[in-house]
Ligand binder design. Structure first.
Ligand code: PMP
Length: 355
């Protein structure tokens, strides 16, 4: 039996995607060739990447003013590409610091320009999303992180800013409805809700590009990737293929509105138990809790071995918190079922009984 996989990423993907992908490794599109051995310029793969691109636009409800790219280098390379493409020499981009990944994005931007950190929740251990801040109208852009994978906080709303709005959606893209047209640039490593590690999704509004006057290295230049249809160099063929399958699966489920309903049910079930069960306490403040990554701790650490034994015996995987915060983190990405969350809740109740 498959394990209940709460891993933070790479993470669970739909079982049928694993099955389709494994068939394509042996024989893709009845070509008598593996997906791993065909040219990225073959008709069959070009169809895959085009289909992935149009599914992204369909699911996010975006028009032709946006380009969809499948790059490599993870979200971490986007920490570099964003300032290269959007911050002018001597410019001053604005960043919201809500966690480890936001801090890394800030650090990379600071290599190129001064950065205005509009607010930070670092002093409180990144347990909430700061809300009281303003973004200067002269900022090159405003960068935020929609979901903080490590701390389990999530932005429930986004500010109306007069500058390009850039968002790292690595750990909650395709999980909830948002007005995606509000954003000028969205990026996400594939390895949560989209596919395997190795592909990075970038969705960019074309009219924000080409304004910095910088001499951008070709690989880091969004316009180069747009002009080459994401084939400036060999794309991660398999990761793009599996992403296409997952996007197709999501579309078949009823798209983002349908999955958001299930994601909310899963999160409600788990957070209700964290609140109810006297053995546990939540890490993040209630109003900012993430529907994707729930972080929580034992009230008494002495029960750690006992609790770990219970959930491991129940077939749960990937529940340990990030090494920087400890405790527990239950990642409930799109492909995780409500039943798996119920198994975790049962384990928490079992600990309460045994204590
Ligand atoms: N941003 C967020 C919100 C993340 O969760 C992660 C990875 N977990 C990253 C950025 C870094 O992504 P990558 O490993 O793809 O560079």
């Amino acid at each position: 039996m498959k394990r209940h996989n709460f891993s933070a990423g790479p993470c669970i993907l739909p079982q049928e995607v694993f099955e389709q992908a494994s068939k394509a490794v042996l024989n893709f599109n009845a070509l008598d060739l593996s997906i791993l051995e065909i040219s990225h310029r073959s008709k069959d793969f070009v169809q895959v990447i085009e289909s992935a691109r149009s599914l992204v636009k369909k699911l996010l409800k975006l028009g032709d003013d946006y380009e969809v790219l499948f790059l490599q280098g993870g979200a971490s390379l986007q920490f570099v590409m964003v300032p290269f493409n959007l911050a002018k020499e001597g410019g001053n981009p604005a960043y919201l610091n809500t966690g480890t990944w936001a801090s890394k994005a800030i650090k990379e931007a600071q290599r190129l320009s001064t950065v205005d950190i509009v607010a930070s929740s670092k002093e409180q251990g990144f347990n909430h999303i700061p809300k009281d801040y303003t973004v200067n109208e002269n900022a090159d852009y405003f960068h935020c992180t929609s979901n903080n994978t490590i701390y389990g906080t999530q932005m429930k709303s986004f500010p109306d800013v007069k500058v390009p709005l850039v968002c790292d959606m690595s750990s909650d893209i395709f999980s909830r409805e948002l007005d995606f047209t509000k954003f000028d640039l969205i990026y996400a490593g594939a390895q949560k809700n989209m596919g395997p590690a190795g592909a990075t999704l970038v969705v960019v509004k074309k009219d924000i590009l080409g304004k910095t006057g910088r001499n951008i290295p070709a690989y880091l230049d969004y316009q180069v990737h747009i002009d080459k249809d994401s084939m400036f160099n060999t794309p991660s063929v398999f990761a793009v293929y599996v992403s296409m399958l997952t996007l197709h699966w999501l579309d078949q489920q009823g798209g983002i509105p349908a999955i958001e309903k299930i994601n909310q049910e899963k999160a409600n079930l788990l957070y209700a138990e964290i609140e109810r069960n006297p053995m546990f306490k939540a890490y993040a403040v209630a109003e900012d809790r993430s529907t994707m990554n729930a972080t929580f701790n034992l009230v008494d650490e002495a029960y750690q071995d006992k609790f770990d034994g219970i959930w491991m015996d129940a077939g749960i995987n990937g529940l340990k918190g990030h090494r920087s915060v400890g405790g527990y983190r239950a990642s409930m990405y799109n492909a995780l079922s409500l039943e798996s969350v119920q198994v975790l809740v049962d384990c928490m109740q079992e600990l309460e009984k045994q204590a």
